[in-house]
Design a protein. Structure first.
Length: 332
């Protein structure tokens, strides 16, 4: 395949990577500020009639919590522990509080002003083109036919999944995915049907962005791309890595390739119609989309790091694949 096809994404990825030269720790929240004992101590100090013993009692839990490496750090510039660093690297945010609840730390989005402008542009395109097409698609095409279309494109992504499972050091999963691909391509008539699921062969979706996450690049700043939507800098490099593995992009006839890409995009958009009301009624729709996408993406990478028997079901809502965006094949 001509290398020219991958140049636009590679240039964009390198530009984003250059902008991301500042260490992640400078822009990300350092620790969870949990100091349950600070407020009672201050109240006792400001009360003239308070005895001395309650002050000692309220200070004791703070001392005990600070000696526990698994507990959340107290305020005052305390350096984060190794456990907190591991949590931040895996989940993209600070560690939970001492009682196990999630902190209110901001997501890693230092380019938020730029991302919001791109998000507004994507929403205009979505409401003017993608959503009406998806609504018409669901109204005209019967459910069984839409299911066959979804199965077909899911089956076409098998080479990407198999390759990335091998790169992640998961040959057993790659073998399962290969068996699933062969079964659906033959018995399933080119992937229109899904006999592999009836045979209890697990469905997996992997991409090079997840592979980079399992290799150690787990925390990456959020960026929203025109048309492609939510991503991180890591996933922009993942797009460039998946592009040569796309079967659809090997089709040289523009009309056939762009037609298949457009159908795949409409099919993916139709599967998101159920959440449109929630997005439309959100106070801050950008934050809702960003936070939900980052949480889902972190789950996908965390799931890849587990053992085969401990691994949960793959999240079906993968990012928009590189072969779903209708575009000319610049290499031909």
């Amino acid at each position: 395949m001509n290398v020219i096809r991958t140049l636009p994404l590679l240039v964009l990825a390198l530009a984003l990577s250059a902008c991301a030269g500042k260490p992640a720790r400078d822009s990300a929240p350092v620790s969870v500020e949990v100091a349950p004992a600070a407020a009672p101590a201050a109240d006792v100090a400001n009360t003239d009639a308070a005895p001395a013993e309650p002050v000692a009692d309220t200070a004791a839990p703070a001392t005990q919590a600070s000696s526990d490496p698994a507990a959340a750090p107290v305020t005052g510039g305390t350096a984060p522990t190794n456990a907190e660093d591991d949590f931040a690297a895996l989940y993209g945010g600070p560690a939970p509080t001492a009682d196990g609840t999630e902190p209110t730390g901001a997501p890693y989005d230092p380019w938020e002003p730029f991302n919001r402008r791109v998000h507004s542009f994507n929403n205009v395109v979505d409401r003017a083109v993608a959503r009406p097409l998806a609504v018409a698609y669901t109204n005209v095409v019967p459910r069984f036919a839409r299911t066959g279309v979804s199965n077909f494109f899911s089956n076409l992504r098998a080479p990407v999944t198999i390759t990335n499972q091998l790169l992640q050091g998961r040959p057993d999963d790659a073998w399962d995915s290969l068996g699933r691909f062969l079964m659906n391509s033959t018995l399933g008539i080119g992937g229109l049907f899904d006999p592999a699921s009836k045979a209890m062969v697990p469905r997996r979706k992997e991409d090079f962005g997840q592979t980079l996450g399992t290799w150690g690049w787990r925390r990456s700043r959020y960026v929203e791309l025109p048309f492609f939507g939510p991503r991180t800098v890591r996933d922009v490099f993942g797009l460039a890595g998946d592009m040569p593995l796309s079967p659809i992009r090997t089709i040289e006839e523009d009309k056939i390739r762009i037609g298949l890409q457009g159908l795949q995009l409409v099919d993916m958009r139709s599967q998101l119609l159920a959440v449109d009301d929630m997005r439309d009624n959100a106070v801050d729709e950008y934050s809702l989309v960003r936070d939900a996408w980052l949480q889902r993406r972190n789950y996908q990478i965390e799931n890849d790091l587990r053992g085969k028997h401990a691994r949960g079901k793959d999240d079906p809502d993968a990012p928009i694949p590189v072969d779903a965006m209708p575009m000319p094949n610049w290499g031909n």
